[in-house]
Design a protein around this ligand. Sequence first.
Ligand code: AMP
Length: 299
Amino acid sequence: MSLIVIGSLAFDTIETPYGRRERIIGGSCTYFSLAASFFTQPKIVGVVGKDFPVEMISLLENRGIDVQGLKIASGKTFHWEGHYGNDPNQRSTIRTELNVFKDFRPQLPPDYQTADLVFLANIDPDLQEDILFQVKKPKLVAMDTMNLWIQSKPQPLLKVLAKVDIFFANEEEIRMLTEEPNLIKAGKMILSKGPILVVIKKGEHGALVLGKDFIFVVLAHPCEEVIDPTGAGDSFAGGFMGYLDKVKSFKESEIRKAAVFGSVLASFTIEDFGMERLKSLSFKEIEKRYLQFKKLVSF
Ligand code: AMP
């Protein structure tokens, strides 16, 4: 099968209790595709400015990621700044500079249009919808979003939501979108709008996967030092979707395993700033932690 993703490729400025990093590589599409590349060869859609390092694009290509859908435009790359305090689940967005994303109108290469799995990573919902129109007969479509879009573009976001199979969100986002504090009720509200699955990410507490007739709870790896939580959500989704693309099955037992792989990938991302840990990660380490997860919940 094949998997495409649209989302941001970014410069991130990040401050956590472990330090500050200026303009390191980030972005929802970048984290997602690197995480997914451990299972499959994702195709990315996005835009960067001429200031984006070519070495990063080469790194993606060396991982088997298809970059035909990546445009290099004149102008500056998307820039996001986020700060975290002692609670890694709480973050403040200090600034979001869309830059080249403002005028980005993606045109999918022909072999992207026949993708089986589509991931609409966190980006402007209008762009997410634009991509959906261009993919002919996807078997599974998933989306993510962020508070900026929930607040600034709720209607376009709800329009996309009605067309997807899986909705990924963190606790804060799903509460904001549904105005419902209870996560189970909030998840059910989302299920009534179209998706068949809702994945609620709960940071260091793992994630909740809600289907029409099942609930699966996945733990987060008990990590003693969360150096930088940025990208955990996208890495989770990358592991999840990448695994499903690899096994070519969406049955419940595979969805459960996909969620565990998602949690494993996220647990590595937060061990260092930016993409550093994902860059040095091996599939052996992923498998080892997957088995540790099994032990963690067996009783
Ligand atoms: P997460 O997995 O939720 O931690 O996603 C963090 C990534 O999302 C960062 O690397 C940012 O560059 C990117 N990001 C932050 N805000 C936005 C936004 N409004 N649209 C697209 N990407 C964003």
